[in-house]
Design a protein. Structure first.
Length: 82
């Protein structure tokens, strides 16, 4: 299953399109290409967001660290704490 199909399933299962149509007071046209375009746009935007994400680096030595970490080791923590 493609990523666009996964997004489509999520949006359809949660009835997002129906909720939007109800809120806007319009009738859905299920044959419209707009749904596929929206789903592709969502995937593209998530990809862009992911590619722009900066890697976390140690505050003391600038080495890469695990997500949600500030230091790569206890030694760097001690160095920076001084």
């Amino acid at each position: 299953m493609s990523r666009v199909e996964i997004v489509s399933n999520i949006l359809n299962d949660s009835k997002v399109y129906d909720k939007i149509a109800d809120a806007l007071g319009i009738e859905l046209n299920n044959d419209s290409d707009i749904f596929r375009e929206i789903e592709e746009y969502i995937v593209e935007q998530y990809d862009e967001m992911d590619s722009n994400k900066q890697t976390e680096t140690c505050r003391a030595c600038n080495e890469d660290v695990k997500e949600d970490s500030y230091y790569c080791s206890k030694e760097c923590y001690k160095i920076d704490a001084e």
